[in-house]
Each structure stands twice: as C-alpha cells, then as structure tokens.
Design a protein around this ligand. Structure first.
Ligand code: APR
Length: 231
C-alpha cells in the first residue's frame, strides 16, 4: 500500500469557522503571541493564558469537521494514510481519522506543570487557576508554545521522508520547525500544496500547487487520486 502523508494547518479548519492565525483578522491580530502563547506569558499571567485557550476550546467544541477533513479520510480505502497537523483542534479525529500526529498539542487535553508526560483528557471546556493534576500541580493547556520544543517533530520527519505522496493543506509555512517538513519528501514522491494563498519557500521543487480553499481543493484532489488511479 502506498503511503500518503498529509500535513495540515489552520486553513483546513477555516471553513469550519475556526480562525486562522496570520490571515487578515487572524487570531494573532487580536491577541499578541507574547501575552498568551509563550512560557513567559504563562509565568506572568496564567489566568489570561487559560482564558485565551478556554475560548479556543469552546469554539472548537462548537465547530464541525468540514468537507476537507472528511475527504482526506476517503484516502484510507486505497492508501496508508497519516495526518500530521499543526492544529490543536480535534476535527480530523471527529471526521474519523485515527493516525493523527499533533505537532503543536491538543486543545482537548491538559497537562501537569511539573511532569510534561502527565497528560489528561478534559471533560469540560475550561481549565481554571487552581485546577490541579493528580500530582497536585496547576494544569496547563497541552499546547506547544512559542519557544518550546516540538516533541513530535522527529516522528513527523520520519513519516514525511517515507511518503509516496505528500499533501500540504492550509498553512502559511511560517512557523518552524513544523514548516521544515516540506523539505523532507523523498526525491521520487509527489507533493501538492492546497491553499488559496500558497506560500511555498522559493526554489522548492517537486510540488504542484492548487490555489483553492480546503473544501474545494481537497475533495477535488482526493477524487482525482481515487478515480484516476494515480498510483
Ligand atoms: N482553505 C485552505 N487554506 C486556507 C483557507 C481555506 N479556507 N483560509 C485560509 N487558508 C490558509 C491561508 O492562506 C494561510 O496560508 O491557511 C493558512 C493559515 O496560516 P496561519 O494562520 O499562519 O496558520 P498555520 O500555518 O497553521 O500556523 C502555524 O503557527 O501560530 C502558530 O501554533 C500555531 O499551529 C500554528 C502555527
């Protein structure tokens, strides 16, 4: 079975009503990164950081997977499918995907501030100051903040470097190390970038570009891959 690896960013969830970060009106226009998404922000004002992610969690809970999330899942009938996402939402999973690697954490989970391996699934939408893990420390969002390392990166590189087909969907490729995945495809792999405003690094070869939204472009490409038996 050929291996398809899909790398997604905020753009795949945009048509589910979840705001992207860097488009006009994106989240980082309203909330300065350094006040809500860094270890320093957490030390300075944990209540503000928790409030920011509580709002994100509530929005994700009210969102639904869209045609792009569902279309990717259809690939599983013919290919070995792996999804690597920068998104903290669970829309891939709610569309039925199982092999999902979250590079930047998961909004539905919290973790201990004394032991990063102690991760808990949240039952509600809130983490509050004073909510503690079973070890007794304050719970923090299970999110990779700016300035923190990306523990799943090596696993992601392994997947991309063994892909027969690599699809990149809805990401500005502005944040490293995640964005560096585009450099790891094998020489003979086929790769596509689907994004209405595609921003591939200059000089990168091997990629075809579909300048469409996720809900237009992903079902179209999936249909092409499944019906034209590209492999
Ligand atoms: N369909 C597909 N792509 C879209 C759509 C859409 N409907 N709408 C917008 N986009 C594209 C934009 O053109 C842009 O390229 O989605 C991308 C969003 O870029 P960013 O907001 O930078 O999001 P992302 O690339 O996922 O950010 C990476 O940065 O802030 C951190 O941790 C956060 O995981 C995030 C990381």
């Amino acid at each position: 079975m050929k291996r398809v690896v899909v790398f997604t960013g905020a753009g795949i969830s945009a048509e589910s009503g979840i705001r992207t970060f860097r488009d006009s009106g994106g989240l980082w226009d309203e909330y300065p990164i350094e006040e809500v998404a860094t270890p320093q922000a957490w030390s300075k004002n944990p209540a503000l950081v928790l409030q920011f992610y509580n709002l994100r969690r509530e929005q994700v809970a009210n969102a639904r997977p869209n045609a792009a999330h569902y279309a990717l899942e259809e690939l599983r009938s013919v290919f070995e499918l792996h999804i690597i996402t920068q998104n903290i939402d669970d829309l891939h999973e709610r569309a039925g995907s199982t092999n999902v690697l979250h590079l930047h954490g998961e909004i539905r989970k919290a973790r201990s501030t004394v032991n990063p391996d102690h991760v808990v699934e949240l039952s509600g939408n809130l983490i509050n100051v004073g909510d503690t893990c079973p070890l007794g420390s304050q719970l923090r969002p299970h999110i990779v903040w700016f300035g923190e390392s990306v523990p799943a990166m090596d696993q992601a590189i392994d997947l991309v470097s063994t892909a027969d087909l690599f699809l990149v969907v809805g990401t500005s490729l502005a944040v490293y190390p995640a964005a560096s995945l585009v450099y790891h495809i094998p020489e003979n792999a086929k790769a596509w970038l689907i994004d209405p405003n595609p921003q591939l690094p200059a000089g990168l070869s091997g990629y075809s570009i579909l300048a469409k939204t996720a809900c237009e472009g992903v079902p179209e490409l999936v249909n092409h891959l499944l019906t034209d038996h590209v492999f």
